[in-house]
Design a protein around this ligand. Structure first.
Ligand code: FES
Ligand SMILES: [Fe+2]
Length: 383
């Protein structure tokens, strides 16, 4: 649990359980370095987080390194077909083991002194260790992390004591699968991120929670995203909250809209989005069959990056008009908002706000943001 004095102040409102009467998180929690350190210990070293596309670790020896906010890990497919995850650190003198992605055949060899680990994590060879007094090879296996695969996506959790993701959010994966019957026909899209258009940038000058907050409400859509409000039928936009996840579902407004043209026979006529605690979002936009998985990752108290995978039908390219809309219109609109909000959260002229949550949980109600901030408050011991 985070240090209470850092997180909680008697002159501030806690994020109340009741969304309709709750105040928002205090601004200082969005830039204080001590809070960031507490988040690393309390949230990011102990949560399920997005890893990679399962297709990228399909064959024995395939590996992908994953630099989580608080832990560098990798997943690797064993000769026995089992997918395992480990901290990406050698048990000799702590060099990083693997870079990027690829295939290691039978062993992971450390680049520093060439200790070799099996794909099950066991130390296989340590040069000259047979001449070292009392050296017990079994004591230096790689430290494992938890791994689960859902809907073609690999998730990891550095906390071995954490409950399974299936137990925590299996109902979300079932909901995604039911909403997107063609999802298992898609494959990782290997064109550039710029082509995708709906992924975010690497270096963003605001706290990670600013972007999560922003993704979880459409109260800002009418003032900030006029074209999006022509693409999506706003009166259909509904956010529902569940244990560790929420969803925001909507349908296409009209094929010929101000954002980008959607073909008359388009496979996807909905805009559906899911949020999974603490930092993951999944979504699909109207048009071609498409699915985006992205993690919003802090790189510091006031800087954020994203890691994402995009899935399309194999061989199909994202229509340029859709890429251009995401890259040149929708994201710049949200980026400017997030930067302005981050500056405002640091202002001595700001403390806390109130959520605008209505009884009917309408399309402009902010109960999705409240849900995230309640999970945050509970995790950080200020709930
Ligand atoms: S640090 Fe890996 S072999 Fe020495
Ligand atoms: Fe937005």
């Amino acid at each position: 649990m985070a240090h209470a004095a850092t997180m909680k102040r008697s002159d501030e409102h806690v994020v109340d359980r009741d969304a309709e009467t709750a105040w928002t998180l205090p601004g200082r929690l969005y830039h204080d370095p001590a809070v960031y350190e507490a988040e690393m210990r309390t949230i990011f070293s102990a949560s399920w987080q997005y890893g990679c596309a399962a297709a990228d670790v399909a064959a024995p020896g395939d590996y992908v390194t994953i630099d989580l906010p608080a832990d560098a890990v990798f997943v690797v497919r064993g000769r026995d077909g089992v997918l395992r995850g480990f901290h990406n650190v050698c048990q000799h003198r702590a060099h990083r083991l693997l870079e990027g992605r690829g295939n290691v055949k039978a062993v992971v060899t450390c680049p520093y002194h060439a200790w070799a680990f099996g794909l099950d994590g066991a130390l296989r060879a340590a040069r000259n260790s047979e001449n070292v007094k009392g050296f017990d090879r079994t004591a230096f296996g790689l430290r494992p992390v938890q791994v689960e695969v859902h809907l073609g996506m690999v998730f990891v959790n550095p906390d071995l004591a954490a409950a399974s993701l299936e137990a925590m959010a299996g109902d979300m994966f079932a909901d995604i699968a039911a909403s997107l019957p063609w999802l298992d026909e898609l494959a990782p899209y290997r064109e550039t991120r710029q082509d995708v258009g709906f992924t975010f940038e690497d270096d963003m000058a605001f706290n990670w929670k600013v972007l999560i907050d922003n993704c979880l409400e459409c109260y800002h859509c009418a003032p900030a995203h006029p074209a999006f409000c022509d693409l999506i039928a706003m009166d259909s936009y509904r956010t529902t909250v569940h244990g560790l996840w929420s969803s925001a579902k909507s349908r296409l407004n009209r094929h010929d809209n101000a954002a980008y043209p959607v073909a008359a026979d388009a496979e996807q006529t909905r805009g559906d989005f899911w949020y999974l605690w603490p930092n993951m979002t999944f979504g699909t936009f109207p048009g071609q069959a498409n699915f985006l998985a992205f993690a919003v990752e802090p790189t510091g108290p006031e800087t954020t990056t994203t890691r994402s995978d995009y899935f399309m039908r194999p061989g199909e390219l994202v229509h340029p008009s859709r890429s251009n809309y995401g890259r040149d219109v929708l994201w710049p609109e949200d980026k400017a908002i997030c930067e302005a909000v981050h500056r405002g959260l640091k202002s001595r002229g700001y403390g806390q706000g109130r959520f605008i949550v209505d009884q009917g949980r309408s399309e402009i109600s902010e109960h999705g943001v409240h849900h995230f901030q309640r999970l945050y408050a509970e995790a950080m011991g200020i709930g």
